[in-house]
Design a protein around this ligand. Structure first.
Ligand code: SF4
Ligand code: F3S
Ligand code: FES
Length: 248
């Protein structure tokens, strides 16, 4: 089946912009990104959109469809009614560069602020040994494609630019949790998670988990365990000492 879909797309730049309506051909099996490309090819050649793989793996095509953070390449047209207006807007949490493209450098800044994997100094490469259960725990977090939809969704920064300096966001708090739970990482990341990266701002609303296209259990498997570890360390010196002595 082929029909004319009603697309409402945000056009503009850092200074100003507006929603514009377009009728765009849609065919069976297509995704929203297909229609954005057709719109570019037929009516709006200067429309800016970031994309790369068209397979849900590069994390480039993040935007909002009818207000919900989504990957444009993984959002099937079949989930909308043929006469429904489909509104496509840039991610709201990051500054617009042009049209659907935002400046996501906040995320790279936060990534750089996290000290890297710190193995025990006495172990040489090739001597690292881990239990399979620990490998699997990290693997869930490593499915992340860095689409930043979780960052975009989290209410702590979504409408609060002023919190960005103090809050790393779910994707990077998850990275800290991954390293903290890594049996060969000897850095103690709990204090920093709270004081430098804003773990305390997270009040477990789980919106980040709901929008993750990789279905990573960000809140349950990373943020809540990290909060528990911080609480243990802060309020229970015996647990803290036990963790220190027996964690490896
Ligand atoms: Fe995207 Fe999920 Fe990674 Fe967040 S955790 S950046 S939503 S893949
Ligand atoms: Fe934000 Fe996720 Fe916490 S949406 S408040 S980081 S649970
Ligand atoms: Fe790569 Fe959508 S284009 S995730």
């Amino acid at each position: 089946m082929s029909y004319q879909a009603k697309l409402r797309v945000w056009r503009g730049d850092a200074g100003s912009g507006e929603l514009r309506d377009f009728d765009v051909e849609a065919n069976d099996g297509e995704v929203v990104l297909d229609l954005i490309h057709r719109l570019q090819a037929t009516q709006a050649p200067d429309l800016a959109v970031r994309w790369n793989c068209k397979a849900g793996k590069c994390g480039s095509c993040s935007a909002e469809v009818n207000g919900r953070p989504r990957l444009l390449c993984m959002t099937r047209m079949s989930v909308f009614e043929p006469d429904e207006v489909i509104t496509v807007t840039p991610m709201r949490t990051f500054p617009v560069i042009r049209d659907l493209v935002t400046d996501v450098s906040y995320n790279y800044t936060k990534a750089r602020e996290i000290p890297s994997f710190t193995p025990p100094p006495e172990l040489k490469p090739g001597e690292y040994r881990m239990r399979q259960v620990d490998v699997e725990r990290s693997q869930e977090f490593r499915k992340c494609i860095e689409c930043f939809l979780c960052q975009n969704t989290c209410h702590v920064i979504r409408d609060h630019d002023e919190n960005k300096a103090a809050f790393a966001g779910p994707r990077y708090l998850m990275r800290i949790a991954e390293l903290e739970m890594h049996p060969l990482d000897v850095a103690d990341r709990r204090n920093e998670a709270q004081t430098e990266h804003g773990l305390g701002y997270c009040n477990i609303t789980k919106c980040c988990t709901e929008v993750c296209p990789e279905n990573i259990h960000i809140t349950d498997n990373a943020l809540i365990p990290m909060k528990e570890r911080v609480a243990d360390r802060r309020y229970d010196p015996i647990v803290w000492l036990g963790n220190k002595l027996f964690r490896h």
